[in-house]
Design a protein around this ligand. Structure first.
Ligand code: AMP
Length: 299
């Protein structure tokens, strides 16, 4: 079963205590699509400029990512630059050049409209809502958001939350959205806003899920070296949704497994800059780390 993802494609310039990478392929939809592609075909809806290179197109297509929904506009692709602190849970946005992303109006090709699994990565909640209007039979709609929209597009976000089943956000955003400091209370408050389930991503502390009749928490996969946390959250979303679309199992046990796959995929992403680790990651490595994770957390 294929998955539609709507989000950004970017060129990122990243500085971490481990080094620097300039103008590398990134964007929320890119990380999501690559992670999900290990499990299911992905249909990508995004915008790029005329500068987007053919070899990156071929790379994504070679991973089973359909690019019919990627619009090419006159101008430059979105650019983002970020710098991480010594504590890599903290980062500053150094530069944001929206370029063609500033005029993004997501239009789903006709062949994508009957998709059942949809991930609305971080874009304006009004645009995320426009995407939902184009779907004919969604089964699972998941979305992400960020502090910028919680502050600046509160009413659009409120309307969107009433229409999605699963919200996947990080802890800082969960606190801002719910106005609760405590993560358990924040999750409860968010569920009152509409979604049936919420996953709060907590960086190196793992993920916390509250859904109908279930509460589930996992640590991050313990790593000796984290090189670049960029895209970990979107990769997590891709692993999770990929597993759910492939298995069709939306029971609590199915979602728990999906969360572990998301955790495993994210643990690989952070081992190298940008998508470098995902470029050379094999499916057998995912299954290997999944098994190790189960062994480490079962008692
Ligand atoms: P994450 O580390 O999960 O927050 O994702 C980082 C990715 O999000 C980078 O590849 C950026 O290109 C992309 N990104 C950063 N800011 C924005 C934004 N305002 N809208 C959409 N994507 C963004």
């Amino acid at each position: 079963m294929s998955i539609v993802v709507v989000g950004s494609i970017a060129f990122d310039t990243i500085e971490t205590p481990e080094g620097r990478a300039a103008e590398v392929l990134g964007g929320s939809a890119t990380y999501f699509a690559l992670a999900a592609s290990y499990f299911a075909p992905v249909e990508l809806v995004a915008v790029v400029g005329e500068d987007f290179p053919d070899h990156e197109r071929s790379f994504l297509a070679g991973r089973g990512v359909d690019l019919a929904g990627v619009e090419v506009r006159g101008g430059r692709t979105f650019r983002w630059a970020g710098r991480y602190h010594e504590d890599m849970n903290v980062r500053d946005t150094v530069e944001l050049q929206l370029n063609v992303f500033g005029e993004f109006q997501p239009v789903l090709p006709a062949a994508y409209r009957d998709a059942q699994y949809i991930f609305l990565a971080n874009i304006h909640p009004g645009l995320q809502g426009d995407v939902l209007d184009q779907l004919t039979q969604p089964r699972l709609i998941a979305c992400d958001t960020m502090n910028h929209w919680i502050e600046g597009a509160w009413s659009d976000l409120g309307r969107l939350l009433a229409r999605v089943q699963l919200l996947v956000i990080n802890d800082e955003e969960a606190r801002m959205l719910s106005r609760e400091r405590n993560i358990v209370r924040a999750a409860r408050r968010i569920l009152e806003m509409g979604p049936e389930s919420v996953i709060i991503k907590r960086g190196e502390y793992g993920a916390f899920y509250v859904g109908p009749d279930t509460v589930f928490t996992v640590p991050a996969y313990p790593l000796e070296a984290v090189v670049d946390p960029t895209g970990a959250g979107d990769t997590f979303g891709g692993g999770l949704m990929g597993y759910l679309a492939a298995s069709g199992d939306l029971s609590p046990a199915g979602v728990h497994k999906g969360i572990v796959y998301g955790t495993v995929l994210a643990s690989y992403t952070v081992e190298a800059f940008g998508i470098d680790r995902l470029r050379r990651l094999g499916r057998e490595e995912i299954d290997d780390r999944y098994r190790k994770f189960v062994k480490m957390t079962r008692f």
